[in-house]
Ligand binder design. Structure first.
Ligand SMILES: NC(=O)C1=CN([C@@H]2O[C@H](COP(=O)(O)OP(=O)(O)OC[C@H]3O[C@@H](n4cnc5c(N)ncnc54)[C@H](OP(=O)(O)O)[C@@H]3O)[C@@H](O)[C@H]2O)C=CC1
Ligand SMILES: CC[C@](O)(C(C)=O)C(=O)O
Ligand SMILES: [Mg+2]
Ligand SMILES: [Mg+2]
Length: 328
C-alpha cells in the first residue's frame, strides 16, 4: 500500500500557476486558505452572493466561475455535488483548454457520469477525509488531514504530480495521501457518511437520548451522556484507536462495552449496512439524490425541519451557551 507524504510531493509543480477554487463553502474556504498559506497563487470562482463577499473579506481575488476557469491551470470544483454538473456544463466546460486540470474532492459526478470532461484535460481528485472546517483548523495547528488521491484521466502525463502538489498545498501530505480510484472513493465515502459517520452516529445518539428521557431521566444528563461525551470518547479513538479509548475509560465501562456493543449493532444492522452499500454501488442512492434535487428537495427539507425540532437539539443549544470555549 503506497502512502504519499511531504517528500513525495513538490509544490514547484504549481509554481507560477493559478489554482482556481470554485465555491467558497466548507471545503472551498479551507482549501483556498491552506493553499495560499502554502505559497500557491489562488483565485476564487464564485457567483455574486455571500461566498463572494466572504472570499473578498478573506483577501482573495474573486471572479466569475467562467473567468476563473479561463485564468487557471488547475480548477478545483468545490460546489455542492448536486450543483456541479449544471455549473460545469454552463460555466466551466465552454472555457476549458487542453492541458488544464480539473480537480474534485469527491468522485460523485465523475463516477456517476454527471460530468464528462473532454479527453485533453487532466481529471483528478484530492479528497480530504475531514469536514472542511477541520481541514483549515488542523492545518493552522501545524498538522494536516489525510486525503485520497485518484487520477481519472491523465492527458498531460503530470496529473498525479500536480494533484500531489495540490494535496501538499492543503496539508494532506502531512498526514498521508492514499492512492485510490474515483469509484472506490465515491462508494466508500457515501457508505461511511451514511452508515457510520453521519447517519449511523446521529441515529445512535438520538436512540440513546430518547431511551434515557423516555425512562424519565433528565434531558440534560441524557445530552451529556449520549452526545457531548461522544466527542471526547471519539477523540481518544482518533489519537490511539479503540485500545487507547479503552485504556482511558474505567474497567467497568470496558466490560460494559464488550458485553453490550454487539447487542446494539447486531447482525441485522450489519445486514442492513451491506444493503446500503449495494444500493450505493448500483447507483440507486445517486439516482435518488439527483431526482430529489430535480424535485426541489421535498424529502430533504421535510426531514431537516423535523430533525431541528428534536429535543436533543433544544437542550443542546441551551447547554452549549454556557460552554463558551465550544466554537459557534
Ligand atoms: N463538506 C465537507 O467537509 C466535504 C466535502 N467534500 C466534497 O467537496 C465538495 C464541496 O462540498 P462542500 O464544501 O460541502 O460544499 P458547500 O455546500 O459548502 O459549498 C457551497 C459553495 O458552493 C457555492 N455554490 C453553490 N452553487 C453555486 C453556483 N451555481 N455557482 C457558484 N458557486 C456556487 C456556494 O456559493 P453561494 O454562497 O453563492 O451559495 C458556496 O460557496 C463536494 O464535492 C463534497 O462532496 C469532500 C469531503 C468533505
Ligand atoms: C462525512 C461527510 C463527508 O463525507 C466528509 C466531511 O468527509 C461529506 O461529504 O461532507
Ligand atoms: Mg467524506
Ligand atoms: Mg462525503
Amino acid at each position: 500500500m503506497k502512502l504519499f507524504y511531504e517528500n513525495d510531493a513538490n509544490l514547484n509543480e504549481l509554481a507560477g500557476k493559478t489554482v482556481a477554487v470554485v465555491g467558497y463553502g466548507s471545503q472551498g474556504h479551507a482549501q483556498a486558505q491552506n493553499l495560499r498559506d502554502s505559497g500557491v497563487q489562488v483565485l476564487i470562482g464564485a457567483r455574486p452572493g455571500p461566498s463572494w463577499k466572504q472570499a473578498e473579506a478573506d483577501g482573495f481575488e474573486v471572479v466569475s466561475v467562467a473567468e476563473a476557469t479561463q485564468r487557471a491551470a488547475v480548477v478545483q470544483i468545490l460546489m455542492p455535488d448536486e450543483r456541479q454538473a449544471q455549473v460545469y456544463r454552463e460555466e466551466i466546460a465552454p472555457h476549458l483548454r487542453a492541458g488544464q486540470m480539473l480537480l474534485f474532492s469527491h468522485g460523485f459526478n465523475i463516477h456517476f457520469g454527471q460530468i464528462v470532461p473532454p479527453a485533453d484535460v487532466d481529471v483528478a481528485m484530492i479528497a480530504p477525509k475531514s469536514p472542511g472546517h477541520l481541514v483549515r483548523r488542523v492545518y493552522e495547528q501545524g498538522g494536516g488531514v489525510p486525503g485520497l488521491l485518484a487520477v481519472y484521466q491523465d492527458a498531460t502525463g503530470t496529473a498525479k504530480s500536480r494533484a500531489l502538489a495540490y494535496a501538499k498545498g492543503i496539508g494532506c501530505t502531512r498526514a498521508g495521501v492514499f492512492e485510490t480510484s474515483f469509484q472506490e472513493e465515491t462508494e466508500t465515502d457515501l457508505f461511511g457518511e451514511q452508515a457510520v459517520l453521519c447517519g449511523g452516529a446521529t441515529a445512535l445518539v438520538k436512540a440513546g437520548f430518547e431511551t434515557l428521557t423516555e425512562a424519565g431521566y433528565s434531558p440534560e444528563i441524557a445530552y451529556f451522556e449520549c452526545l457531548h461525551e461522544l466527542k471526547l470518547i471519539v477523540d481518544l479513538m482518533y489519537e490511539g484507536g479503540l485500545a487507547r479509548m479503552r485504556y482511558s475509560i474505567s474497567d467497568t465501562a470496558e466490560f460494559g462495552d464488550y458485553m453490550t456493543g454487539s447487542r446494539i449493532v447486531t447482525d441485522e444492522t450489519k445486514r442492513e449496512m451491506k444493503k446500503v452499500l449495494t444500493e450505493i454501488q448500483q447507483g440507486e442512492f445517486a439516482k435518488k439524490w439527483i431526482l430529489e434535487n430535480q424535485a426541489g428537495r421535498p424529502t430533504y427539507n421535510a426531514i431537516k425541519r423535523q430533525e431541528a425540532q428534536h429535543p436533543i437539539e433544544q437542550v443542546g443549544a441551551q447547554l452549549r451557551e454556557m460552554m463558551t470555549w465550544i466554537a459557534k
